[in-house]
Design a protein around this ligand. Sequence first.
Ligand SMILES: [Zn+2]
Length: 121
Amino acid sequence: MSRVRSSDTRLELLLRSALHRAGLRYRVRTSMLGRPDLVFPLARVIVFIDSCFWHACPSHCRRPKSNRAFWREKFIRNARRDRKVTAHYSKTDWTVLRFWEHDLTTRLRACVRQVRAAVRR
Ligand SMILES: [Zn+2]
């Protein structure tokens, strides 16, 4: 678990430093619903980074072999919460960007372009 958390932090820093280099400024660690990873308050854009494991990425999530029922429930709950959070912000006129962990590790520049486009819209 701690290993997962530190890799989440590493991902967040990867995106943050790329955005910073691109001249984009954001807030982090807000207490908004769903705890978005990054927030651009004026542009009303929020960014979530979804780890391939916790958010059950179809390509990379390897479900633990033990406690199958527990994990199935957990992943279902996480997916439901993600949808609820996205719907909440969409309804209240925020732009929600969700990046998979694998997006950040394989196509970071495209992610930065996407954020920039959303912020400048
Ligand atoms: Zn993935």
